[in-house]
Design a protein around this ligand. Structure first.
Ligand code: ADP
Ligand code: ZN
Ligand code: ZN
Length: 743
């Protein structure tokens, strides 16, 4: 031990969750150094200012950057082994550099919430019930006068490997009955660490379908390259059997003892997807998404970190999940923008996953029916293998897309006559219609007929959305909510009316047009509660005839076999966006929604309602399909020097004061621009499209370069400059590398 003390460096460099782009030095007290082996990735309590903070050791060091006299000792050590493995520490350090984000914030982001708060990184224990020999042989009839005990004992008898308390409560068994049986010596209880699992789902075996030649080719490629870093883009039309392909590859890797991380979009993890994995794999699967409690997330994290969980299915933050035997990362719906964090630490989970896989020398599979322009470019330039599936799997066919010209037509609740007639026919055939409108709520605007007053958010430059069901006005930008008004606050008139339609309104109106048809709305409002989505999808499967109304939530990953008609109410919605990615997003959304039609045996049909049927984009998308559309779009991006051909960084500033953010960015540009490399282009500062959001006035500046190095250098200078000059002001700034939003 004394030897360890001699060789142990006297300082540690600690990352703290504070908005400063630096590490903090602390001394290691002898008492701690004698008893513990400190390692990077362990958590420590340290004094910070007048309080104490939890931090993570990033490095042990012989030197410190401060006057050694002033360096304080750490207070206590929180872990016996690192919670951030060496591999993840390297990833965090890379991400902090690449995204110009404070290292402390990055490292804390990588940890589950409970570990950020100091919880022990240990499995909780749970009680398990077992029968005693008497209990196992007891005739249940003898308990006929105590039916709850009878039920309880029967259940445990049927589980020779024990029944967890959790499983007992799922089965609705009365805890008091268990205790009585224990007192009678018929049952015993044993605490078990949660990780023992053992409660595998009754494994339903299912014969997997025979792969078609396209699927076979893709699978063979992926199997051939499964032991080394490489990225494949599995580019397959909706319903072409992409999932089937990666399930095959996963099977093989899991047989080889590997873990597989499957990333899914924020709201794309459908109960159906999970079911499919459970049916296929007789192994521990853990989930990691935002709809879980903090404890559930820590349990999942521990199961992955211990290697027990072979399959980890998670959203964006799962990119940082520890997995000692990670053998592959799958990113499903790789084009989805929810992989990019839009505030704070603005990383892209896909890009991070690729970096991680490269370090680990394992493959990455990106799957999508509508690949991002970034990934398509990588495929075109042969950095990614491009695996195409152009046929739908099984007997399903690609749906036909038809434009409905709305010009000069009379509309009923936003529907053309043609759309209504097709709906009627579809429902008569006992099939389902999907109506897509990417706007939730009842209406986007509330207006006064007498004076023209419009209900606007007090904190943002936007109108409030009317939610009739909840009787509220709601700001979709800052979440402000108010009671729905019935008199105008300006002129006291009671003639308030709504303008425009949202999903809630369409739902109400369709229920008057189609009285006996079940109508199900799927959007963020209708699926807030935990199991709401599962219930809704179950309902959809129960009925033959139905109308589904939804926002983009409906476009993600669902498989509704009886949907044969899709109506896109407003195909023009993203056509004239000021963002250069507007077209890409529109095409992806339309293609994904259209892909919900005809996924089983019955053919599908898609109607796009538009006022611009001859618009080149709508025309090319309908006639030539997404790939063609995207390749044209890429040519345009290239000619305009836009991403992915140029790399971009957006610097945002926001302040409560109207001019401050703009002035700050101007001053920054004036000071720094002369020092930037010639190939760095700046645009701005310019005001955000919604200038004021949550009371903050927002300005941006865009920086572009064909190469990463000069862009990175310029961004570093900007970051240093802003950190210094915002210390005195109450201006917040953010650096967004590879931004998806540029306004
Ligand atoms: P994607 O992920 O491309 O949307 P899926 O893998 O979900 O496609 O497949 C769509 C449907 O077709 C699923 O119900 C799946 O079970 C089925 N399927 C996939 N491959 C085949 C195949 N080779 N033969 C028959 N059915 C298949
Ligand atoms: Zn008025
Ligand atoms: Zn607001």
């Amino acid at each position: 031990m004394s030897e360890a003390l001699l060789t142990l460096p006297p300082y540690i460099k600690v990352a703290l969750p504070v908005p400063m782009r630096t590490l903090f030095d602390y001394k290691v007290p002898k008492a701690i150094a004698l008893r513990h082996e400190l390692k990077p990735g362990m958590r420590v309590k340290v004094p910070f200012g007048k309080s104490s903070r939890l931090g993570v050791i990033v490095a042990l060091s012989d030197t410190c950057d401060w006057d050694p006299e002033q360096v304080k000792p750490l207070t206590s050590l929180q872990d016996e082994s690192p919670v951030i493995t060496a591999e993840l520490m390297a990833l965090c350090e890379w991400a902090a550099r690449y995204y110009h984000h404070p290292i402390g914030d990055v490292i804390f982001h990588a940890l589950p919430v409970l570990l950020r708060k100091g919880e022990n990184a240990e499995f909780r224990t749970e009680n398990w019930w077992f029968t005693t020999p008497q209990g196992q042989s007891l005739d249940l009839e003898q308990l006929s006068r105590a039916p709850r005990q009878q039920d309880f004992l029967k259940a445990v008898q049927q589980h020779p490997n024990g029944l967890s308390q959790h499983a007992a409560s799922v089965l609705d068994l009365a805890p008091a009955a268990g205790k009585s049986l224990e007192e009678k010596g018929l049952l015993r209880r044993e605490p078990r660490s949660f990780n023992k699992g053992g409660e595998k789902h009754a494994h339903q075996t299912q014969v997997p379908p025979t792969l078609n030649p396209e699927q076979m080719r893709a699978t063979e490629h992926l199997l051939d390259y499964r032991h080394q870093f490489n990225v494949s883009l599995l580019d397959g039309v909706t319903g072409s059997g992409k999932t089937e392909v990666f399930l095959r590859v996963m099977e093989r890797l899991i047989e080889e003892g590997k873990q597989v991380l499957v990333m899914v979009p924020e709201i794309g993890l459908t109960p159906q997807t999970l079911k499919r994995f459970e049916i296929r794999f007789n192994t521990d699967i853990v989930l990691m998404h935002s709809n879980m409690s903090d404890r559930e997330r820590l349990d999942a994290w521990l199961l992955a970190a211990s290697g027990h969980a072979k399959i980890i299915i998670g959203t964006r933050s799962a990119a940082f999940i520890p997995a000692p035997n990670l053998g592959m990362i799958v990113i499903d719906e790789e084009h989805d923008t929810s992989y990019k964090q839009h505030e704070g630490f603005r990383y892209h989970a896909r890009d991070l996953a690729i970096k991680r896989a490269q370090t680990l020398n394992v493959p990455v599979l990106l799957a999508s029916a509508t690949p991002s322009y970034e990934s398509l470019t990588n495929a075109l330039q042969k950095r990614f293998a491009w695996l195409k599936l152009r046929q739908r799997a099984g007997n399903a066919h690609i749906p036909e897309m038809e434009r409905v010209d709305l010009r000069g037509k009379s509309l009923v609740h936003g529907f053309s006559e043609q759309a209504l007639a097709s709906m009627k026919l579809c429902l008569e055939r006992k099939e389902q219609v999907l109506v897509f409108l990417n706007r939730r709520g009842y209406a986007p605007t509330l207006m006064c007929h007498q004076c023209g007053w419009i209900a606007a958010c007090d904190h943002c430059d936007v109108n409030l959305t009317v939610h009739k069901r909840a009787n509220k006005l709601h700001c979709h930008h800052c979440d402000t909510q108010k009671a729905l008004l019935h008199t105008c606050p300006e002129c006291q008139s009671e003639e308030l009316f709504t303008v425009g339609e949202g999903t809630e309104q369409i739902e109400t109106q369709l229920s008057t047009l189609f009285k006996d048809v079940p109508i199900l709305r799927i959007d963020r409002d209708s699926t807030q509660r935990k199991s709401a989505m599962a219930k809704l999808t179950q309902k959809i499967h129960e009925h033959d005839q139905a109308i589904l109304i939804g926002t983009q939530m409906l476009a993600k990953g669902h498989h509704f076999p009886n949907v044969t008609l899709v109506i896109i109410m407003d195909a023009d919605a993203g056509l004239f966006s000021s963002d250069f990615r507007g077209m890409e997003r529109t095409a992806q959304l339309i293609t994904q929604v259209a892909g919900r039609a005809g996924r089983a045996k019955k053919p599908g049909h898609v109607l796009l309602q538009t006022y611009h049927p001859d618009h080149a984009a709508i025309e090319s998308l309908c006639n030539l399909g997404y790939e063609h559309f995207a390749i044209d779009g890429l040519a345009e991006r290239k000619s305009l020097a836009l991403p992915p051909f140029y790399h971009q960084v957006i610097v945002r500033a926001e302040s409560g004061n109207e001019q401050e953010a703009m002035q700050l960015l101007s001053a920054m540009r004036n000071d720094l621009e002369p020092h930037f490399a010639k190939e760095v282009y700046l645009v701005g500062p310019y005001a955000a499209i919604i200038v004021r959001k949550a009371g903050q006035h927002r300005a941006l500046i865009s920086i572009k370069a064909a190469n990463r190095a000069p862009l990175h250098q310029a961004t570093q200078m900007i970051s240093d400059w802003l950190e210094l000059s915002t210390r005195q002001h109450r201006i917040r700034f953010a650096i967004d590398v590879d931004p998806l939003e540029t306004y």
